[in-house]
Design a protein. Structure first.
Lengths: 70, 342
């Protein structure tokens, strides 16, 4: 699950959570230039795939390393 | 005179809708909007001296926002901080619950109002919360119950289920009429008599989710994209509801590499959809998912995406969608799903 409200997601038991940057754009960040935003989205999806291959016993958060505003 | 400070979001103080959702914390003297009716209902002896407010995105998304709102309220030296009602609004409810919890922490008497299904409720912790209606249309009766509860809390009395109290049960010291042994036997007899509800210690109901086993080999797996972000083809041909959805839809991704702006739109009613409509990949990451598919990182992408709008959705419907999605994906051979949630 890729979402912004991580505390809600984990509390209701979502097993694998990747934190996003804003409620209206779970797989984007309009403050970035288009190429950077796409890179950020790719990282999110890659991290989600990583989470899907990781065994978890309880709600677990898989943060993504920052992609800067360059 | 009981000094009351009232918290509302940007919408109910009249700042604006989604266009003002990032408004920072602010304060106005006296009651505003529904606060005027609340003032009337609480009656003499209560005065809403100020209304504090904040945009939903700011209040729920920026870590410092809650402390700032609380500071604005505290400067008015309230005898009681009244928060909401937030109905089933997610961001608003979360902000209300966190503000209530922060007020308890700071020793400020507080009362919040929201619907029992509000996803923020649990974050109110030990703060008293009174039930409101599910939608703003139920403002009238919600304010009546809130006013009644405000009088109870202001009098220093515990808020009980009879007053419409929801959320975590607060423990307090009371003198019982009968010793514990007698009460325990009474409960046993009641249970033997068929009463399954009676208890002195209501236990929280935990919704346990057993995590699915990890995918062992993604390079051979079919991965699905699903979302509650309300993303549908332009014009919303199948009329997905923007709030309190009762159903979900499926749309093909076969042969589609990108979600072009103008061909898809989000009809989600819980946030500004301007960014989603500008680039639908902000809701459903098809572009990079195709890239990863081409690179062989996953076996292949599922040929359709499943979608609903998660906005004020009842827990019952949400649970049903989840069960139906899982069954649908399993039947069609998808081995994993990435759910994007707003």
């Amino acid at each position: 699950m890729v979402c912004n409200l991580v505390s809600v997601a984990t509390r209701v038991g979502a097993p694998r959570v990747v934190p996003a940057r804003g409620i209206p754009y779970p797989t984007g960040d309009p403050s970035l230039a288009p190429a950077q935003e796409r890179r950020w989205r790719r990282r999110l999806v890659q991290q989600a795939l990583e989470a899907l291959t990781t065994p978890v016993a309880e709600p677990t958060v898989f943060p993504v390393q920052e992609v800067g505003h360059d | 005179m009981t000094r009351v400070v009232h918290y509302l979001n940007q919408f109910f103080v009249g700042q604006g809708g989604e266009d003002a959702a990032s408004a920072p914390p602010g304060r106005t003297q006296g009651p505003v909007g529904p606060g005027r009716r609340l003032q009337q209902l609480m009656g003499d002896g209560f005065e809403i001296v100020a209304t504090v407010h904040c945009g939903d995105d700011d209040a729920s998304g920026r870590p410092e926002a809650i402390a700032e709102i609380l500071a604005l309220a505290a400067e008015e030296h309230p005898d009681l901080l009244v928060i909401g009602p937030a109905f089933t609004s997610g961001r608003y409810g979360l902000a209300c619950a966190r503000l209530a919890a922060a007020a308890v922490e700071a020793g400020i008497p507080v009362l919040a109002a929201m619907h029992a299904d509000n996803p923020g409720l649990d974050e109110a912790g030990a703060a008293p919360v009174v039930a409101s209606g599910a939608v703003a249309r139920e403002m009238g009766p919600s304010l009546e119950r809130l006013a009644q509860a405000a009088r109870v809390v202001a009098a220093g009395e515990p808020l009980t289920a009879a007053h419409g109290s929801i959320g975590r049960t607060r423990r307090r010291v009371v003198r019982a009429e009968e010793p514990a042994a007698v009460r325990a036997v009474d409960l046993v007899l009641a249970r033997l008599g068929g009463d399954r509800e009676r208890t002195e210690v209501p236990l929280p109901r935990f919704d346990r989710v057993t995590p699915a086993a990890p995918v062992t080999d993604l390079t051979n797996a079919v991965v699905a994209l699903v979302t509650e972000g309300g993303l549908v083809p332009d014009g919303n041909p199948h009329r997905l509801e923007s709030a309190r959805a009762t159903r979900w839809l499926r749309y093909p991704l076969h042969g589609i590499d990108e979600l072009t702006s103008g061909k898809y739109q989000s009809v989600h009613g819980g946030f500004s959809t301007a960014w989603a409509n500008e680039d639908p990949h902000r809701i459903l990451p098809l572009d990079v998912a195709r890239e990863l598919e081409d690179e062989g990182a996953i076996g292949r992408l599922h040929e359709e995406y499943l979608v609903t709008a998660g906005n004020g959705t009842s827990v019952g419907n949400a649970r049903r969608f989840g069960v139906e999605w899982a069954a649908d994906l399993r039947r069609s051979g998808a081995r994993a799903a990435i759910l994007t949630a707003t």
